[in-house]
Write a protein that binds this ligand. Structure first.
Ligand code: ADP
Length: 500
């Protein structure tokens, strides 16, 4: 009942040094006004990697002032769109040049496999920045027809100072989704990385300055949610707040925005996404895809396929093979080659996941693989699979955010549609079938922001991402993200000459 373990007891030394641990405000790395720091920990051991400046409301205020000045007085929104675009392209080139350092820092701070950071996530960071660099000089307004003798223009202007709060599960990818569109549209930014993973945002921001970003345009304030994060969401001089994290914190952010200056809000929150395997599916392929849909990134994905619905005709075979696949999953030090799963982010998440596993057992689900911690140090958890899961069980309703697959049986299409939609979340869904009618029916019936058919976790820069229901407000990536960083201004002038 246990998967492969490699090098958990003897952690590999990460091939990178920590260069930046201070707040980045107005182009300078500075200590927090209070002088406080907090430790960021290595999830492989629980040991301190570095002490990082702990920003609070005072530092947020300084950063917002710097961003405000860089917006109101320039140069950023007053530079040509082409100049802004060139800085972003240069930034993307620098990311590529520093690919392995960024990847090592990301894996060290977060615990995800280095191969994943180096081959998928840092490349996705530069790809996304290039995508938005390409947009910078293609954002423009419209002339629209008026009902009388007037000339009507619709301008698209940057919204102002954007506050951005990002989580710890994909620190660099979240940085790209937030900073890319905000800067391309001509906004200035104050970004708060997650307290578990502050290191790579500081590094990336340093590269962006090396690429020529003017001072004050991007400020990074590391710190905690209820202090630094809340100060940003509730700040009167911030025009827009973008947040990715838990649904609970998302509600607080929206409340703070409403109580302060009604700043516009976009939220990317939790999920409990169904992955539906129809009876015509090739079971081996379905098992592999459902496995990666759930276990990718230690199960710490907001869009994880965390309710695996399997048609009764293929259910028994699926469960056997899902078990075998989980047992084969290579858990170990993220810096070892071939490792598929590293440690969870921190002790709090680790304990929460173990509690969910206990809850699954207590509620009568069948534990078919895993079920406990892996190794005896750090925050590693065995790849865990439950079968015979029922909709009403806590493990089928709440976001576990860990390597715990829950398999549910269904009989027909209408039933699975109804059950898949019976969730307060609506972030994503996976559909596995060769039947075009099933695929079309499910694709339209599922109330979610992304449907992956015979694939999962494809998150290209141009694909809009976001949730229905309590999974969020608005979309990130693609063209849709630009709208949330732009104001629309209508300008109407009379036409003296009736030649129109
Ligand atoms: P998770 O539960 O996955 O850690 P959170 O929603 O707590 O997710 O954290 C995501 C981000 O939101 C982090 O940067 C965190 O510091 C921030 N955050 C958490 N709580 C608040 C809050 N009350 N106000 C503002 N930001 C918050």
């Amino acid at each position: 009942r246990f998967s492969t373990l490699t090098a958990i007891e003897d952690p590999v030394t990460p091939p990178v040094e920590v260069k930046y641990t201070k707040l980045l405000i107005n182009g300078q790395f500075v200590d927090a006004a209070s002088g406080k720091t907090f430790p960021t920990l290595d999830p492989r051991t629980g040991e301190v990697i570095a002490h990082v400046a702990e920003g609070d409301s005072v530092d947020i205020d300084c950063a917002v002032k710097a961003a405000r000045k860089a917006f109101d007085e320039g140069p950023w929104p007053k530079m040509t769109a082409y100049e802004r675009s060139r800085i972003l392209f240069k930034f993307a080139d620098l990311i590529d040049e520093h690919n392995d350092e960024l990847a090592a820092l990301e894996s060290w701070d977060n615990g995800k496999p280095f191969e994943q950071s180096a081959k998928e996530e840092v490349p996705l960071l530069s790809r996304t920045i290039r995508y938005y660099a390409g947009w910078a000089d293609k954002i423009h307004g419209l002339i629209v027809p008026g009902d009388g003798a007037h000339h009507v223009q619709v301008l698209r202007e940057p919204i102002g100072v954007a506050g951005q709060i990002i989580p710890w599960n994909f620190p660099l990818v979240m940085f790209a989704w937030k900073v890319g569109p905000a800067l391309a549209c001509g906004n200035t930014v104050v970004l708060k990385p997650a307290e578990q993973t502050p290191l790579t945002a500081l590094y990336a921001a340093a590269l962006l300055h090396e690429a020529g970003l003017p001072d004050g345009v991007l400020n990074v304030v590391s710190g905690f949610g209820p202090t630094a994060g809340s100060a940003l969401a509730g700040h009167m001089e911030v025009d827009k707040i973008a947040f990715t994290g838990s649904t609970g914190a998302g509600k607080i952010i929206q409340e703070l925005a409403a109580k302060s200056n009604l700043k516009s809000v976009t939220l990317e929150l939790g999920g409990k996404s169904p992955f539906i395997v129809m009876d015509d599916a090739n079971v081996d392929q379905a098992v592999e895809l459902a496995h990666s849909a759930l276990f990718h990134n230690q199960g710490q994905c907001c869009c994880a396929g965390s309710r695996t619905f399997v048609h009764e005709r293929v259910y028994d075979e699926f469960v056997e093979k899902a078990k075998a696949r989980a047992l084969k999953r290579v858990v170990g030090d993220p810096f070892k080659q071939g490792v598929e799963q590293g440690p969870q982010i921190d002790e709090e998440q680790f304990s929460k996941i173990l509690e969910y596993i206990t809850s699954g057992i207590d509620s009568g689900a069948t534990l078919v693989a895993g079920g406990g911690r892996a190794g005896n140090k750090g925050f590693y958890i065995q790849p865990t699979v439950f079968s015979d899961v029922k909709d009403e069980m806590t493990i089928a309703q709440e976001e576990i955010f860990g390597p715990v697959q829950t398999i549910l049986k269904f009989k027909n299409l209408n039933e699975v549609i109804q059950r898949a939609n019976a969730s307060p979340y609506g972030l994503a869904a996976g559909v596995f079938t060769n039947n075009l009618n099933n695929a079309n029916t499910l694709m339209r019936a599922l109330r979610v922001g992304t449907v992956w058919i015979n694939c999962y976790n494809l998150l290209d820069a141009a694909i809009p991402f976001g949730g229905y229901k309590m999974s969020g407000i608005g979309r990130e990536k693609g063209m849709d993200s630009l709208n949330s960083y732009l104001q629309v201004k209508a300008v109407i002038t009379p036409l003296e000459n009736h030649a129109w």
